[in-house]
Design a protein around this ligand. Structure first.
Ligand code: FES
Length: 323
């Protein structure tokens, strides 16, 4: 007996006929040559999320991102009201420009200029080449020809995206599409507490994304993460709504309000962090914010929307994934 209404076709899978109902081939997830094609066709053309505007609070604030899947590094910097992105490469002899102790590690900080550690060329926050060491010894050098190479950079709802395509063919907003932009009014800027961890997953990126999208695994894999007494998933997982929109996809989780559970049913990690899969507990208006229409496209009543479904739907982790 279904807990939530199904589409007229009988199931969510059949609601999207392009998915098909047959066996799924993993051929495209195990072929290195296929992944090489994906580097060019997907990761060097799609808008990639790289950070939040709060990471760039003042003029000259910057951070770098190592985008391994595209074999590049970018530096993102605030230049007055503008947020700019550049390939993190010195125009003199191609040294990596911005790094701290270890060249392959990401870094952040505040600077008035970027100075190359190799021969000391300097670049302004707008990317212009501002200083060349012993400039008079070069032949016909015009610094104006040697600014940092810009990367397309746009911001939506405080999320900073870059696009490595030389001629970005699609504005960010069009790439995100209506399913994502429908949650624009969510108060992302109020989510000020941030916890993170990094895991290296030895799997193709599509396998990883699919694993996040299907929650069939949740009652089994995550069984040990919840208290013995918590039995909300005893009958298996079922989502009230699934949606595909262009390159993006999402599902709505039926959700719970952990803070309303008996104490012995709350996950220890959520007790500690006062937040979890369904967001933080404390901002007073947060729960109301999850009720905006874009957060519940299926119109279901039960509270709580898994924020990671939003993250994965616009591919925040994509560029960190290998094949
Ligand atoms: Fe950067 Fe020479 S490589 S100044």
């Amino acid at each position: 007996m279904a807990r939530f209404p199904k589409p007229a076709e009988g199931s969510w899978t059949e609601h999207y006929p392009e998915l098909g109902t047959g066996l799924v081939s993993y051929a495209d997830s195990i072929a290195p040559e296929f992944f090489e094609l994906e580097r060019e066709a997907i990761f060097k053309r799609a808008w990639l999320h790289v950070g939040r505007v709060e990471q760039l609070p003042r003029n000259g604030s910057y951070f770098t991102r190592e985008i391994a899947v595209a074999r590049t590094s970018v530096v993102i910097v605030r230049d007055g009201d503008e947020i700019r992105a550049f390939h993190n490469i010195c125009r003199h002899r191609g040294n990596k420009l911005v790094w701290q102790d270890f060249p392959r590690e990401e870094t952040s900080g505040t600077a008035r200029q970027f100075t190359c550690k190799y021969h000391g060329w300097r670049y302004g926050l707008d990317g212009a080449c501002a200083f060349v060491q012993q400039e008079g010894e070069f032949f016909d050098l015009d610094k104006a020809d040697y600014g940092l190479v810009p990367v397309h950079c746009e911001v939506w709802a405080g999320f900073i995206f870059v696009n490595l395509d030389r001629e970005s063919k699609q504005p960010l907003r069009a790439f995100l599409g209506p399913m994502i932009t429908a949650i624009e009014d969510f108060p992302f800027d109020q989510l000020t507490a941030r916890y993170g961890f990094r895991a290296e997953v030895p799997a193709n990126w599509k396998v990883f994304m699919d694993a996040l999208q299907e929650q069939y695994h949740a009652p089994i894999v995550h069984r040990s993460q919840r208290p013995e007494s918590f039995d909300a998933h005893a009958a298996g997982f079922e989502a009230p709504h699934y949606q595909i929109d262009g390159p993006h996809r999402m599902f709505n989780s039926p959700g719970i309000r952990p803070w309303e559970l008996p104490e012995d049913q709350i996950k220890a990690s959520e007790q500690l962090l006062r937040g979890g899969l369904f967001g933080p507990w404390d901002p007073p208006d947060f729960y109301e914010a999850t009720q905006i229409a874009g957060m519940r496209p299926g119109g279901h009543e039960r509270g709580g929307v898994a924020l990671f479904e939003i993250w994965t739907s616009f591919g925040i982790q994509l560029w960190e994934c290998g094949w």
